[in-house]
Structures are given as C-alpha cells and as structure tokens.
Design a protein around this ligand. Sequence first.
Ligand code: PMV
Length: 341
Amino acid sequence: FEISDQKVTESCPSNIALIKYWGKYETQIPANPSISYTLNLCKTNTELEFVANEPFSVQTFLAGKEELKFAGKIDKYFRNIEQYLPWILKGKYIIKTENTFPHSSGIASSASGFGAIAKCLMALDETFVGKVNDDTSLRKASFLARLGSGSACRSLYDGMVVWGETKEVAESSDLFAVRYPNEEIHPIFRSFNDWVLLIHEGEKSVSSTVGHGLMNTNPYAERRFQEAHENFAILKTILKEGNMTAFIKLVEHEALTLHAMMMMSEPAFILMKTGTLAVINKIWEFRKETSLPLFFTLDAGANVHLLFPSIKEEDQIKEFIIKELVQHTQNNGVVKDVMRF
Ligand code: PMV
C-alpha cells in the first residue's frame, strides 16, 4: 500500500442500550449480548488529518480546545489496532471533534466519538489499501470502534443494533455489532422519543472501565449475564408483537439491574443521584395515573433517558416532562431526540 496526506470528515451518532452491556473479558469481548437504539440527533462530527511519513503522534481538539487526555487515549488505541490497519502508525494525526450535545451530559460521547474515528480510519484505509464493499467496511468500522469503547460498535448502524453473540439474532457476534432486522420490529417501536434529563453534569465518580472490571468479582455477575441472554429471548417476542407493557417492564428492569450491579460491587458505588430517584418515582406515579407509555432507562450515570413512542398522546407526555420532571435537573437541561427508522 501507499500512504499520502489525507483529510477526512465523518459523523457518528450515540446510542442508548435497552439490554445493557456491563462486564467484559480480555480484548473487549462482552460478557453478554446487548441491544440499543441509535440516537438520531446526538452526534459527534470528526475531522481527521493524517500527515504521512511523520513520526507517529496524535493531537486532538474538542470543540476547538486542545484535549491532552483524549489524545493519550487515541494514541494508545491506534497502537492497539495496528495489527488491523498496518499503516496506522506511519504518520501524525490532527483530530478535531465536536459533539452536537452538551459535553459530559452523560450521553455516551465515547460511543459516538470512537464510532466517528473508526469511520475516519476506514475512509483512510480505503484510499491506501483499496475499497471493499460498504457492508464489509461498516462491519470493520464497528469492529474497530469496539476496540475503542465497547458500546461504540453499536453506533455504526441505524435503528436497533445488537452486539454480542446470542442465538436470538442471526450473525450476531462478540466482535462487531449487527442491525436487528427491521421486519422483526413492530412499527410502534420504530418511532421513539428519547429525552435525556440532565440530572447531574459533573464527572462520573467511577469510570465505565472500572465498572466493567468490578463485574469480575461481583458474586451476582454470572446470574446477570445469564439473565441478559434470557431477556433477549423475551425481547424478541415483545418487539415482534408490539407489546408495549412488556417492553417497558423489561427496559426499566435492565436499567435498574445495571445500577444494582454497581451497588453489589466490591467496592460498591452509586451513580444515581437524588434527582434520578425522584424522577423515577414521578414516572411511575404518572404511569399509574394515566396509563401512558412513558418510561426510563439509565446509562452509567445519573441522567435519565425518558422513552416514549410517537403516539397521539405524546403532547400530554411532553407537557408532564416539562412541568414535572425538568425541575429535578441541573440548569433545567433536557436533550431531545427522536429515533425514526
Ligand atoms: O462502552 P463502555 O465501555 O463505555 O460501556 C458502557 C456500558 C453502558 O453504557 C453502561 C451500557 C451499554 O450497553 O451501553
């Protein structure tokens, strides 16, 4: 292959898991399969400049500001994936990245960030090594993104996306993510709102790397991994039949299980805040009173993802969120997204 100076720009969305990935083995192999919704509006845009035949170095800018910590991570990541991209250490990089959502909002910027970088790398690979077909290229981007941040591999596809081998999904793999087949998804689940309540904007007290690691000694871990497999089988039927009540039950259970695992770790940690619990209780009260399908999921943080389908009563749900829930957030923050596929 022949390398040359290149500048590429790519964009990648974030995602929110419904069945959670929590716990992993060496080389970023998930302990259980996970499935997510790709967010449409929460994206990272990345410009990657490659200066060929310079000593290997990485410089990164986040929203115009130089970021040394991020550069260190990318440096390590590039060294790690040299076996898959043999040209990668043969030049220097200037990477400029910006998110379309507030930084440290708890929306997975590592997922969209590594997704966008993996896409940039595949664009370079195609110029240096030659074009493969689009499916192969996407699959390799997902494979590479996974090695940056596990959940990032699910951000390469739209709609519902599966990572981790499960007998419920053909071609599913621990090494890259695959689309969950659209024809297996009832229309009610294909147009969904995800409003993120920004409960707490500070740094997380425990990183997800440390959190995954603590599953190695968690006495409940094996049961949890098994449960994720069981939940896949249940979810498959739910998605097909359009059973909203069962969907809500499963998704909330997954979110609470993720945080329960954190509380059961040794040492234990808690990422929810008072506002998180207040919001959850308000959602449950609202559902009891109105029977409307507003429910939540959580990432590894205090913020609450409010999920609700696009239905005729959605204005009533939105009004409730703005009047009753936004008061529990810092700076009255809510990031609105809608997934349609
Ligand atoms: O991709 P990581 O290593 O940041 O792990 C994130 C895991 C969760 O966001 C908590 C769950 C998930 O499946 O996305």
